[in-house]
Write a protein that binds this ligand. Structure first.
Ligand code: SAM
Length: 377
């Protein structure tokens, strides 16, 4: 069953006939797909030339797509949201694994006819939404009865995707934030994710304390989830071949997040700590405070959190980050306006004043920006 992007979970559930639901409950349906044109043939048939802009690199080898799907666990009778199905290779593996309800969200309209062919081969088990996953409301499209409480076992809902590189990091950050406030797909409980990333990003996500790959992303993901790097897919397995290899990563949200503070607050501390990743952590953390109180409050922060100021950000454990975030939160309660302080804004104002006074150089701002390359954190 294909449906438009506007179809809600409730409407969809009504659309599945009584007969289909009864057959599914009696296990009379067979999950394997009937013979279909291969993915290569689908690409040729619909002239699906890969668009670099949408990070389109396709997997044509069903053994590989099956291997990715196995990392998600048992998909029999589950609900799945697949991000960016493209010509549908991974989708076939999900359907063959026995998922009962597969919602695919694809931005590129050219893939819809090929996906409809697949949907007809799996009647009642596949919904197609054309849309942008960055804005698509996943809280609205699955039946309420599958929800579990947060502390319970994870719900029968999985998010799976061979993600477009262009959106993988912002999308993950968005999902981590939703995980922390239990919204979006996490309205249903601890929804598991099985996703692909550029190999270096996958390594950062799973990097432990002390590893050179340890970064902002490692801390943000690991304080909220168990993160497991499953395996690497060589770039040559994709069509067209990307310049990089790809890592498959599985996330299970933790019943008890390791830091119990608002996501934005955690993000602020972690971002500041990794600002100067090769220097002592004190250097980046100092920038949480206005110049006039920088020395005093950063000493208080580190002392109260019992964190060694000479550790590098890559050497800090999640529990040290927890102590820092808790201590910073206490300082914010004691010092009005601290929460809104942004050192970049202070620098900007300073330079504006300097420029107005005839000095056009921005030495400090440039040094700072060079020292915190975004892609290193
Ligand atoms: C790396 S390809 C993977 C295709 C297919 N799943 C496979 O494994 O062969 C990424 C897919 O995501 C789609 N895509 C890109 N940006 C998207 C977005 N913002 N929302 C939904 N789909 C997107 C692309 O059109 C493409 O089909």
């Amino acid at each position: 069953m294909a449906c438009a992007a506007s179809t809600t979970g409730k409407d969809w559930y009504k659309e599945v006939t009584y007969q289909q639901r009864r057959m599914a409950s009696l296990k009379l349906v067979t999950y394997r797909l009937p013979p279909l044109p291969t993915i290569g043939e689908i690409i040729k048939l619909y002239n699906l030339k890969a668009e670099k802009q949408l990070s389109q690199n396709f997997l044509l080898d069903m053994r590989l797509t099956d291997k990715i799907i196995r990392q998600a666990g048992n998909l029999k009778d589950t609900h799945v949201c697949e991000v960016g199905p493209g010509p549908g290779g991974l989708t076939r593996s999900i359907l063959n694994a026995g998922a009962a309800d597969v919602l695919v969200v694809e931005k590129d309209i050219r893939f819809i006819p090929g996906l409809q062919l697949l949907s007809e081969a799996a009647p009642g088990r596949m919904r197609i939404a054309q849309g942008d996953i960055l804005t698509y409301r996943l809280d609205k499209v699955f039946p309420a009865h599958i929800a579990k409480t947060w502390e319970d076992v994870p719900p029968n809902l999985h998010i799976i995707g061979n993600l477009p590189f262009s959106v993988s990091t912002p999308l993950l950050i968005k999902w981590l934030e939703q995980m922390s406030n239990r919204s979006g797909p996490f309205m249903f409980g601890r929804t598991r994710l099985t996703l692909t990333f550029q190999k270096e990003v996958a390594e950062r996500l799973t990097a432990s304390k002390g590893s050179p790959q340890r970064s902002r992303l490692s801390v943000m993901a690991q304080y909220l989830c168990t993160v497991k790097k499953c395996f690497t897919i060589p770039g040559r397995a994709f069509v067209p071949k990307p310049d990089v290899d790809v890592g498959v990563v599985h996330f299970t949200p933790l019943a008890q997040p390791q830091i119990q503070q608002p996501f934005k607050l955690v993000e602020r501390i972690v971002r500041n700590a990794f600002q100067f990743r090769r220097k002592h952590c004190r250097r980046g953390l100092e920038m949480l405070f206005p110049e006039s109180q920088r020395q005093e409050l950063s000493e208080q922060l580190l002392h109260s959190a019992d964190v060694d100021p000479t550790l590098r950000p890559t050497e800090l454990s999640i529990s040290e980050f927890r102590a820092l975030v808790d201590a910073y939160s206490r300082l914010c309660h004691e010092h009005q306006g601290l929460n809104d302080y942004d050192f970049r804004e202070e620098l900007r104002l300073k330079h504006k004043t300097k420029r107005a006074a005839g000095n056009t150089k921005e030495p400090h701002l440039q040094t700072t920006m060079e020292e915190h390359p975004n892609n290193a954190g």
